[in-house]
Design a protein around this ligand. Structure first.
Ligand code: X5A
Ligand code: ZN
Length: 693
């Protein structure tokens, strides 16, 4: 199941014909730059290319009034002064004689993409379009947008394909007020938008962009606004917003289709957004959505005005759609105070509507608040975040002026340097030739592994294997020794970037010993930070130094406990909702804060995870570690787990967990207690601004 790329060259025809600094940034070169970079990276060639068609007028009427459509149709025959006069009747809009044609192609592209995904031709896809759509309203153009591409696509999915629930994720840096108005009272569309707001000082300056606009009537709770009140926010803030706001709600909503209003003016270097998120961040955001809606994601371009940043960000999004592992995120992964305050406020506004965040409990100010329009920030204005490279990243070349350096000052030149160094890094970030390797005692045809999974036959040198095996009586046995040799070789290949990930079926009695050796040998070979997640009470080796190089997370312990900052235990949650809240509010924030270079997931004989839960855990843990996940499972679980884990490791979407159920109060309490103890060290756990007010 592939990825579609929908495009038509004619969408570069419309352009601004007079002088207007506000509109000048929305220009044809945007699409040209993106396409050039996609070709250069070989990404276009990996997709199913579809040529965009024009939407019919009936399709435009799914959202727009006949009078408005007729008005736009009429612009084809206007001369420049007439176009200019008409444009002036709207806010931040220009018309060109080609606008009607381009805008119908943009809608048609979104519809074709939805059709390709919903008929099963592809799993997901991206539509590269101009003009953008999310500011467009029933009878108004606005903010460069003529027809609302994504809103029409959502209505079409519901009417033509019988889709019952659509999630729209609007990660453009502007509020898609057009989309909000269209679905305000509709509970079948969950609309999430984050946007630069600055207490109302930023365009479009709307009161209804704030957290307390949650929808109306039956649609109450189905509009989610996350206003950013400070510029300079970045990777940590965006990932925190997904983990602590969007994903809990989205899993509870359980969409059948996801549409992304994919604007990249939220990325570093963009003159509109003034934010700091790097292009890889969009790969992470895309990956985090993949477990939903069976991976049926349609991304439709909106804004994005820095050509280089836009092109790189689109590449990252498309790579994630194609199933490639995402490069690890740069930066220190500490959300800004101002971002945490916004997250806290939107959670408080939505707690009455969603069991998933109600249960998690609130920060210091538990009550939904009134608007903050015109208010001054609670948080001190923070310097723009340092943006050091991830320790796993290859050295950038040439050495850049990276933020994080004490000498560093945020300037236009430094942003350009960051982008060009990122480009070099991304060129360096060649994917290992093998995505998944399997260590099996005997090659087992009944396991139903995807054909591209490499069955690992090679072993580490016998001498090395035997030296390690001497530590444990359980490894003396032939079968255990054979598996250990292959596993050591697999770990070596991962370090050498020949293989991305893998799993190993270990004979039961040797599991603990094999894990012990896997950890020690990885540390001996230079692993800086190793995250070990176990699905049960599996003890951390007592004599292993608690020096911050390993982080142990036991899911399925007897009780919640924090023996150290690097050793966390929690009982297995009782419900599906509880499991999800563990993932989003504990496991992933810890993993994103720790920034491991290797993740070991251990599923022993007593692991309490159902196969879809194990698959989701493994799928999501790939994000923080650049795909370098190794699963050790007890041999008897292989029949049940190998196929499904192999698929998520190669980038397929995990199977659904089944219907949502609220977390139990016990699970919620356990989580809350842990979070309080761990927050000072692991900043991605925070869901509220530090109390200081
Ligand atoms: C789609 C989009 C921005 C309009 C900005 C007007 N529109 N100042 O990014
Ligand atoms: Zn925008």
């Amino acid at each position: 199941m592939g990825t579609a790329l929908v495009y038509h060259e004619a969408m570069t025809a419309a352009r601004l014909l007079w002088d207007d600094p506000e509109c000048a940034i929305e220009r044809p070169e945007r699409l040209a730059a993106v396409l050039e970079r996609l070709r250069e990276r070989g990404l276009e060639q990996r997709c199913l290319g579809l040529q965009a068609r024009e939407a019919s007028e009936a399709e435009l009427h799914l959202v727009h009034s006949p009078e408005y459509v007729a008005l736009v149709r009429g612009t084809q025959a206007l001369d420049t002064p007439e176009l200019r006069a008409l444009s002036a009747k709207f806010d931040a809009v220009y018309f060109h004689p080609a606008t009607f044609h381009c805008a119908r192609l943009a809608v048609g592209a979104a519809l074709q993409l939805v059709d390709a995904v919903l008929t099963g031709t592809v799993r997901n896809g991206l539509a590269l379009v101009r003009p953008p759509g999310h500011h467009s309203q029933r009878a108004a153009a606005n903010g460069f947008c003529v027809f609302n591409n994504v809103a029409i696509a959502a209505r079409h999915a519901m009417q033509t394909h019988g889709v019952r629930r659509v999630l729209i994720v609007d990660w453009d840096i502007h509020h898609g007020q057009g989309t909000q108005y269209i679905f305000e009272d509709d509970p079948s569309v969950l609309y999430f938008s984050w946007h630069r707001y600055e207490f109302g000082r930023f365009w479009p300056h709307l009161r209804e962009s704030d957290v307390d606009s949650v929808g109306r009537g039956l649609g109450r709770g189905f509009t989610v606004n996350l206003p950013w009140n400070q510029v300079g926010l970045g990777n940590a803030d965006y990932v925190a917003a997904f983990l602590h706001v969007l994903l809990p709600l989205a899993f509870e909503f359980n969409p059948e289709l996801i549409l992304i209003s994919a604007g990249f003016d939220s990325a570093i270097g963009d003159p509109e957004g003034q934010m700091q998120a790097t292009p890889e961040c969009f790969a992470h955001l895309t990956q985090l959505l993949q477990p939903l809606a069976r991976g049926r994601i349609c991304a439709v371009l909106e804004g994005g005005y820095h050509l280089e940043s836009l092109a790189q960000s689109v590449c990252m999004t498309l790579q994630a759609l194609l199933g490639d592992p995402a490069p690890p995120l740069s930066g220190n992964m500490e959300p800004h105070c101002s971002a945490l305050e916004s997250i806290e406020r939107v959670r408080a506004s939505h707690a009455p509507h969603w069991a998933s965040i109600q249960a998690e409990g609130q920060g210091a100010s538990a009550q939904p608040e009134d608007s903050v329009v015109g208010r001054e920030p609670n948080c001190p204005l923070e310097p723009i975040a340092p943006l050091g490279p991830h320790p796993c990243s290859p050295p950038p070349n040439p050495l850049p002026l990276l933020p994080g350096d004490p000498e560093f000052k945020e300037t236009e030149a430094s942003t350009e340097a960051t982008l060009s160094s990122l480009r070099n890094q991304l060129h360096f970030h060649l994917l290992p030739p093998v995505r998944v390797a399997a260590v099996l005692a005997v090659s087992d045809a009944t396991l139903d592994l995807p054909p591209d999974v490499l069955c690992q036959e090679d072993s580490a040198p016998a001498e090395e294997t035997q030296t390690w095996a001497r530590r444990h009586a359980a490894l003396a046995q032939d079968m255990a020794l054979g598996t250990l040799g292959k596993l050591l070789c697999l770990l070596d290949w991962i370090r050498a970037e020949q293989v991305s990930s893998g799993f190993a079926a270990i004979p039961g009695p040797a599991l603990v010993a094999t894990l012990d050796v896997a950890v020690r040998s990885s540390l001996a070979h230079g692993s800086q930070r190793l995250l070990c997640v176990t699905g049960e009470q599996l003890d951390r080796p007592l004599d292993l130094a608690d020096d911050g190089r390993t982080l142990w997370l036991q899911l399925g312990a007897e009780e919640a406990a924090v023996p150290s900052m690097f050793h966390v235990s929690i009982p297995m949650p009782e419900t599906a909702g509880g499991f999800l809240s563990y993932l989003f509010t504990l496991v992933l924030p810890l993993a994103y804060s720790f920034r491991p270079d290797l993740v070991l997931v251990v599923l022993g004989p007593a692991h309490g995870l159902q196969a879809p839960q194990a698959a989701l855990l493994v799928a999501l843990l790939q994000g923080p570690v650049g795909g370098r996940v190794v699963v050790l499972m007890e041999e008897v679980s292989t029949a049940q787990l190998a196929g499904v884990l192999a698929r998520v490791l190669r980038g397929d979407s995990p199977p659904s967990l089944g219907p949502f159920s609220a977390p139990s109060p016990e699970d919620t309490q356990a989580l809350k207690g842990l979070r309080q103890q761990l927050e000072p060290q692991w900043k991605m756990l925070q869901v509220a601004a530090p109390v200081k007010r």
